[in-house]
Design a protein around this ligand. Structure first.
Ligand SMILES: Nc1ncnc2c1ncn2[C@@H]1O[C@H](COP(=O)(O)OP(=O)(O)OP(=O)(O)O)[C@@H](O)[C@H]1O
Ligand SMILES: [Mg+2]
Length: 280
Protein backbone atom coordinates (compact mmCIF):
# COMPACT_ATOMS: atom_id res chain seq x y z
CA UNK A 1 0.00 0.00 0.00
CA UNK A 2 1.29 3.41 -0.90
CA UNK A 3 1.21 6.05 1.80
CA UNK A 4 -0.31 9.31 0.68
CA UNK A 5 0.40 12.74 2.01
CA UNK A 6 -2.68 14.38 3.56
CA UNK A 7 -4.75 16.28 1.02
CA UNK A 8 -3.59 19.66 2.35
CA UNK A 9 -0.01 18.55 1.70
CA UNK A 10 -0.63 16.67 -1.54
CA UNK A 11 0.45 19.66 -3.55
CA UNK A 12 2.59 18.41 -6.35
CA UNK A 13 4.49 15.20 -6.29
CA UNK A 14 7.64 16.50 -7.77
CA UNK A 15 9.80 13.46 -8.06
CA UNK A 16 9.93 9.77 -7.34
CA UNK A 17 13.39 8.37 -6.94
CA UNK A 18 13.67 4.83 -5.60
CA UNK A 19 10.90 5.38 -3.07
CA UNK A 20 11.54 9.02 -2.32
CA UNK A 21 8.61 11.35 -2.96
CA UNK A 22 8.62 15.09 -2.54
CA UNK A 23 5.37 17.01 -2.41
CA UNK A 24 6.23 20.57 -3.18
CA UNK A 25 5.79 23.17 -5.85
CA UNK A 26 8.80 25.09 -4.69
CA UNK A 27 11.61 22.55 -4.44
CA UNK A 28 13.76 20.59 -6.82
CA UNK A 29 15.01 17.23 -5.69
CA UNK A 30 18.72 17.40 -6.48
CA UNK A 31 20.88 14.33 -5.67
CA UNK A 32 22.43 16.12 -2.67
CA UNK A 33 18.99 16.67 -1.15
CA UNK A 34 17.95 13.10 -1.97
CA UNK A 35 21.03 11.86 -0.13
CA UNK A 36 20.11 13.82 3.00
CA UNK A 37 16.44 12.81 3.02
CA UNK A 38 17.30 9.14 2.66
CA UNK A 39 19.97 9.20 5.36
CA UNK A 40 18.59 11.53 8.02
CA UNK A 41 19.97 9.52 10.91
CA UNK A 42 23.48 8.97 9.60
CA UNK A 43 24.45 11.81 7.28
CA UNK A 44 27.46 13.64 8.78
CA UNK A 45 27.86 17.38 9.29
CA UNK A 46 29.73 19.21 6.55
CA UNK A 47 30.22 22.70 5.17
CA UNK A 48 26.83 22.30 3.51
CA UNK A 49 25.00 20.62 6.37
CA UNK A 50 24.56 21.63 9.99
CA UNK A 51 22.82 19.45 12.57
CA UNK A 52 20.47 21.45 14.83
CA UNK A 53 19.18 18.41 16.63
CA UNK A 54 19.46 14.70 16.05
CA UNK A 55 17.96 12.00 18.18
CA UNK A 56 16.95 8.44 17.44
CA UNK A 57 13.55 9.41 16.14
CA UNK A 58 14.09 12.87 14.72
CA UNK A 59 16.58 15.05 12.90
CA UNK A 60 16.51 18.81 12.38
CA UNK A 61 19.10 19.81 9.81
CA UNK A 62 20.13 23.02 8.07
CA UNK A 63 21.25 22.42 4.52
CA UNK A 64 22.63 24.75 1.89
CA UNK A 65 20.34 24.68 -1.13
CA UNK A 66 21.97 22.38 -3.68
CA UNK A 67 23.18 23.41 -7.15
CA UNK A 68 23.84 27.02 -6.23
CA UNK A 69 20.18 27.84 -5.82
CA UNK A 70 21.23 30.15 -2.99
CA UNK A 71 20.02 30.20 0.62
CA UNK A 72 19.38 27.24 2.89
CA UNK A 73 16.66 24.79 3.85
CA UNK A 74 15.67 23.38 7.21
CA UNK A 75 14.73 19.71 7.11
CA UNK A 76 12.79 18.25 10.03
CA UNK A 77 12.61 14.54 9.42
CA UNK A 78 11.46 11.49 11.32
CA UNK A 79 13.37 8.26 10.69
CA UNK A 80 10.76 5.59 11.49
CA UNK A 81 12.33 2.60 13.21
CA UNK A 82 9.30 0.71 14.49
CA UNK A 83 7.33 -1.48 12.13
CA UNK A 84 4.06 -0.15 13.58
CA UNK A 85 5.13 3.41 12.66
CA UNK A 86 6.37 2.34 9.24
CA UNK A 87 2.94 1.02 8.33
CA UNK A 88 1.14 3.96 9.99
CA UNK A 89 3.45 6.95 9.56
CA UNK A 90 0.69 9.58 9.72
CA UNK A 91 1.42 11.17 13.08
CA UNK A 92 5.00 12.13 12.25
CA UNK A 93 6.01 14.26 9.25
CA UNK A 94 2.47 14.41 7.94
CA UNK A 95 1.17 15.96 11.15
CA UNK A 96 3.98 18.50 11.16
CA UNK A 97 3.21 19.38 7.52
CA UNK A 98 -0.53 19.47 8.00
CA UNK A 99 -0.27 21.69 11.08
CA UNK A 100 2.28 24.04 9.53
CA UNK A 101 -0.09 24.57 6.62
CA UNK A 102 -3.00 25.17 8.98
CA UNK A 103 -0.91 27.64 11.01
CA UNK A 104 -0.11 29.50 7.80
CA UNK A 105 -3.81 29.63 6.89
CA UNK A 106 -4.71 30.93 10.35
CA UNK A 107 -2.04 33.63 10.12
CA UNK A 108 0.04 32.27 13.00
CA UNK A 109 3.65 33.37 12.57
CA UNK A 110 5.68 30.24 11.86
CA UNK A 111 8.55 29.26 9.54
CA UNK A 112 7.53 29.19 5.87
CA UNK A 113 6.55 25.67 4.86
CA UNK A 114 8.18 24.48 1.64
CA UNK A 115 7.26 20.84 1.27
CA UNK A 116 6.65 17.34 2.57
CA UNK A 117 8.71 14.26 1.76
CA UNK A 118 8.53 10.56 2.40
CA UNK A 119 10.97 7.75 1.82
CA UNK A 120 9.56 4.27 1.28
CA UNK A 121 11.22 0.89 0.97
CA UNK A 122 9.49 -2.46 0.36
CA UNK A 123 6.14 -0.72 0.85
CA UNK A 124 7.09 0.62 4.29
CA UNK A 125 7.65 4.27 5.13
CA UNK A 126 11.22 4.55 6.41
CA UNK A 127 11.15 8.29 7.04
CA UNK A 128 9.04 11.34 6.43
CA UNK A 129 9.16 15.00 7.29
CA UNK A 130 8.93 18.61 6.25
CA UNK A 131 11.18 21.08 4.55
CA UNK A 132 10.91 24.73 5.60
CA UNK A 133 12.70 28.03 5.41
CA UNK A 134 15.34 28.74 8.03
CA UNK A 135 14.74 31.59 10.44
CA UNK A 136 18.25 32.98 10.00
CA UNK A 137 19.75 34.73 12.98
CA UNK A 138 16.93 33.82 15.35
CA UNK A 139 17.28 32.37 18.84
CA UNK A 140 14.78 30.58 21.04
CA UNK A 141 13.31 32.58 23.95
CA UNK A 142 15.18 30.22 26.26
CA UNK A 143 18.47 31.12 24.60
CA UNK A 144 17.71 34.84 24.99
CA UNK A 145 17.10 34.33 28.72
CA UNK A 146 20.16 32.13 29.20
CA UNK A 147 22.47 34.42 27.24
CA UNK A 148 21.48 37.43 29.32
CA UNK A 149 19.40 37.03 32.48
CA UNK A 150 18.42 40.72 32.33
CA UNK A 151 16.47 39.83 29.16
CA UNK A 152 14.53 36.95 30.73
CA UNK A 153 11.32 38.81 31.63
CA UNK A 154 11.14 40.57 28.28
CA UNK A 155 11.88 37.35 26.40
CA UNK A 156 9.20 35.36 28.21
CA UNK A 157 6.65 38.17 27.86
CA UNK A 158 7.19 37.96 24.13
CA UNK A 159 5.40 34.59 24.17
CA UNK A 160 2.17 36.16 25.47
CA UNK A 161 0.77 37.58 22.20
CA UNK A 162 1.46 34.22 20.51
CA UNK A 163 -0.33 32.26 23.24
CA UNK A 164 -3.18 34.81 23.15
CA UNK A 165 -3.57 34.25 19.43
CA UNK A 166 -3.64 30.47 19.87
CA UNK A 167 -6.38 30.98 22.47
CA UNK A 168 -8.50 33.17 20.20
CA UNK A 169 -8.18 30.65 17.36
CA UNK A 170 -8.62 27.50 19.46
CA UNK A 171 -5.23 26.18 18.34
CA UNK A 172 -4.10 23.52 20.77
CA UNK A 173 -0.34 23.36 20.07
CA UNK A 174 0.61 21.21 23.04
CA UNK A 175 4.30 22.07 23.13
CA UNK A 176 4.36 25.86 23.48
CA UNK A 177 7.63 26.26 25.36
CA UNK A 178 10.52 28.77 25.53
CA UNK A 179 12.42 26.28 23.32
CA UNK A 180 9.78 26.37 20.62
CA UNK A 181 9.38 30.11 20.18
CA UNK A 182 12.07 31.88 18.16
CA UNK A 183 12.80 35.56 17.66
CA UNK A 184 15.41 37.70 15.99
CA UNK A 185 15.05 40.42 18.61
CA UNK A 186 12.83 41.02 21.61
CA UNK A 187 10.63 43.66 19.97
CA UNK A 188 8.94 41.84 17.10
CA UNK A 189 6.28 39.13 17.24
CA UNK A 190 8.16 35.82 17.43
CA UNK A 191 7.79 32.59 15.43
CA UNK A 192 6.19 29.46 16.82
CA UNK A 193 7.89 26.25 15.68
CA UNK A 194 7.61 22.50 16.27
CA UNK A 195 4.11 21.81 14.97
CA UNK A 196 3.96 18.04 15.20
CA UNK A 197 1.64 17.93 18.22
CA UNK A 198 -1.25 20.30 17.65
CA UNK A 199 -5.02 20.24 17.06
CA UNK A 200 -7.03 23.05 15.58
CA UNK A 201 -10.06 22.78 17.78
CA UNK A 202 -11.79 26.20 17.93
CA UNK A 203 -13.59 27.89 19.61
CA UNK A 204 -11.69 29.37 22.57
CA UNK A 205 -10.96 26.96 25.39
CA UNK A 206 -9.83 28.11 28.85
CA UNK A 207 -8.31 24.73 29.65
CA UNK A 208 -6.14 24.97 26.55
CA UNK A 209 -4.86 28.32 27.83
CA UNK A 210 -4.13 26.87 31.28
CA UNK A 211 -2.14 23.95 29.85
CA UNK A 212 -0.24 26.12 27.35
CA UNK A 213 0.73 28.59 30.10
CA UNK A 214 1.75 25.69 32.31
CA UNK A 215 3.77 24.04 29.55
CA UNK A 216 5.62 27.30 28.95
CA UNK A 217 6.46 27.79 32.65
CA UNK A 218 7.46 24.17 33.18
CA UNK A 219 10.98 24.89 31.93
CA UNK A 220 11.56 28.09 33.88
CA UNK A 221 12.02 27.08 37.51
CA UNK A 222 15.75 27.77 37.39
CA UNK A 223 15.60 31.03 35.46
CA UNK A 224 12.32 32.59 36.53
CA UNK A 225 11.25 32.59 40.22
CA UNK A 226 7.71 31.67 41.24
CA UNK A 227 6.71 35.31 41.85
CA UNK A 228 7.76 36.17 38.26
CA UNK A 229 5.87 33.12 36.99
CA UNK A 230 2.70 34.34 38.71
CA UNK A 231 3.21 37.84 37.31
CA UNK A 232 3.65 36.35 33.83
CA UNK A 233 0.42 34.37 34.22
CA UNK A 234 -1.45 37.49 35.38
CA UNK A 235 -0.26 39.36 32.29
CA UNK A 236 -1.36 36.43 30.13
CA UNK A 237 -4.75 36.45 31.88
CA UNK A 238 -5.26 40.20 31.40
CA UNK A 239 -4.17 40.01 27.74
CA UNK A 240 -6.61 37.23 26.97
CA UNK A 241 -9.48 37.72 29.47
CA UNK A 242 -10.67 34.12 29.58
CA UNK A 243 -14.12 33.21 30.87
CA UNK A 244 -12.96 31.96 34.29
CA UNK A 245 -11.92 33.98 37.38
CA UNK A 246 -8.24 34.92 37.61
CA UNK A 247 -7.56 33.00 40.83
CA UNK A 248 -8.93 29.78 39.30
CA UNK A 249 -6.77 30.35 36.21
CA UNK A 250 -3.63 31.01 38.29
CA UNK A 251 -4.22 28.09 40.63
CA UNK A 252 -4.66 25.60 37.79
CA UNK A 253 -1.79 26.98 35.70
CA UNK A 254 0.72 26.88 38.57
CA UNK A 255 -0.51 23.41 39.52
CA UNK A 256 0.05 21.95 36.04
CA UNK A 257 3.36 23.78 35.59
CA UNK A 258 4.75 22.01 38.64
CA UNK A 259 3.32 18.56 37.97
CA UNK A 260 4.88 15.91 35.74
CA UNK A 261 3.79 16.75 32.21
CA UNK A 262 0.32 15.31 31.54
CA UNK A 263 -0.10 12.83 28.67
CA UNK A 264 -0.79 13.95 25.10
CA UNK A 265 -4.24 12.46 25.46
CA UNK A 266 -4.96 14.61 28.55
CA UNK A 267 -3.70 17.75 26.83
CA UNK A 268 -5.87 17.12 23.77
CA UNK A 269 -9.04 16.15 25.67
CA UNK A 270 -9.21 19.37 27.69
CA UNK A 271 -11.93 18.10 30.00
CA UNK A 272 -10.16 18.18 33.40
CA UNK A 273 -11.97 19.47 36.48
CA UNK A 274 -10.86 23.04 37.27
CA UNK A 275 -12.05 22.79 40.86
CA UNK A 276 -10.00 19.78 41.82
CA UNK A 277 -6.77 21.71 42.24
CA UNK A 278 -6.21 22.67 45.87
CA UNK A 279 -2.66 24.00 46.09
CA UNK A 280 -1.47 27.38 44.97
N1 LIG B 1 12.86 26.95 10.65
C1 LIG B 1 13.87 26.93 11.52
N2 LIG B 1 14.86 27.86 11.44
C2 LIG B 1 15.90 27.86 12.31
N3 LIG B 1 16.04 26.95 13.28
C3 LIG B 1 15.10 26.01 13.42
C4 LIG B 1 13.97 25.94 12.56
N4 LIG B 1 13.21 24.89 12.92
C5 LIG B 1 13.85 24.31 13.96
N5 LIG B 1 14.99 24.98 14.28
C6 LIG B 1 15.96 24.65 15.34
O1 LIG B 1 15.92 23.26 15.57
C7 LIG B 1 15.51 22.97 16.93
C8 LIG B 1 14.63 21.75 16.96
O2 LIG B 1 13.46 21.94 16.15
P1 LIG B 1 12.01 21.52 16.67
O3 LIG B 1 11.69 22.27 17.91
O4 LIG B 1 11.05 21.65 15.54
O5 LIG B 1 12.18 19.98 16.97
P2 LIG B 1 12.30 19.23 18.38
O6 LIG B 1 12.63 20.20 19.45
O7 LIG B 1 13.20 18.12 18.19
O8 LIG B 1 10.93 18.69 18.64
P3 LIG B 1 10.42 18.34 20.10
O9 LIG B 1 10.42 19.65 20.86
O10 LIG B 1 9.06 17.81 19.79
O11 LIG B 1 11.38 17.36 20.68
C9 LIG B 1 14.82 24.25 17.40
O12 LIG B 1 14.89 24.40 18.79
C10 LIG B 1 15.61 25.33 16.66
O13 LIG B 1 16.82 25.61 17.34
MG1 LIG C 1 11.32 21.84 19.94
Amino acid sequence: MRTKAPSSVRNQEKHLDKGLALYSKKLTLFPALTEVLKNLDTIPESDDLKIYKRERRKAVLLMKRPNNEGGSLVIKGFPLMKFSNQIRPGRFGQMEAHNMLQAEQHGIKSPRYLGFFEFRKFGLTKANGVIMEPLGSHKTLMEFAEDNSADAEKAFNLAIPTIAKLYRLGTNHIDVSPHNIMAENLDDLPYLIDWQACRFIGPKNDRQLILQGAQFLRYLNNVFPLTSQKKWLSTLYRTVTPGIPEDLFLKNSIHYAHQPRPSHEFRYRLDFDLNQVQTF
